[in-house]
Design a protein around this ligand. Structure first.
Ligand code: FES
Length: 155
């Protein structure tokens, strides 16, 4: 195996056109996860660079989980739950939405920006909506650029 020695300094950040955002999605095991299955069954394409984390309900989402996802390299994070009024744990999605809104404020305060976090509500049959959520977040992160937490961290 040959060794390549760079003659010019390597840039710390990738050029914008090479930026492939990393996303973390928290889904409830009911509508959120079923919508992902529906998208797969219908062969609806959506970005592959999404790390999925299943929760019993989006009412279990926690500010700390979201911040940990950013600390671990996510450029954007989103939460997918059942439609309002149809949560399998009655009002869990409303509690989840309240925590997402609280976390958005924190993201603004610490300079990450609230746009890097979103919540989507959909039924298990909405595979297209599920795919569109991933696409929307990917496009949003492309516009915002890499998470400031990645800057100079050597990731
Ligand atoms: Fe889906 Fe509560 S079970 S959001």
């Amino acid at each position: 195996m040959s060794q390549v020695i760079a003659e010019e300094p390597i840039e710390a950040t990738a050029p914008e056109e090479d930026f492939v955002p990393e996303l973390t999605a928290f889904t409830c095991i009911y509508c959120g996860d079923m919508a992902a299955d529906t998208a797969g069954a219908l062969r609806i394409q959506y970005p592959a660079n999404v790390k999925f984390i299943k929760l019993p309900c989006t009412g279990k989402i926690d500010v700390r989980y979201i911040l940990a996802a950013f600390e671990q390299g996510a450029d954007g994070v989103y939460v997918v739950g059942c439609p309002i009024g149809n949560c399998h744990h009655v009002r869990g999605n409303e509690r989840g939405w309240a925590r997402v809104k609280r976390t958005k404020k924190i993201l603004d305060e610490i300079g990450l920006g609230s746009e890097r976090l979103e919540m989507f509500f959909m039924s298990g049959s909405q595979g297209e909506t599920f795919a569109n959520a991933a696409k929307e977040m990917l496009e949003r992160m492309r516009r915002l650029g890499p998470s400031p937490l990645k800057g100079g961290s050597g990731r």
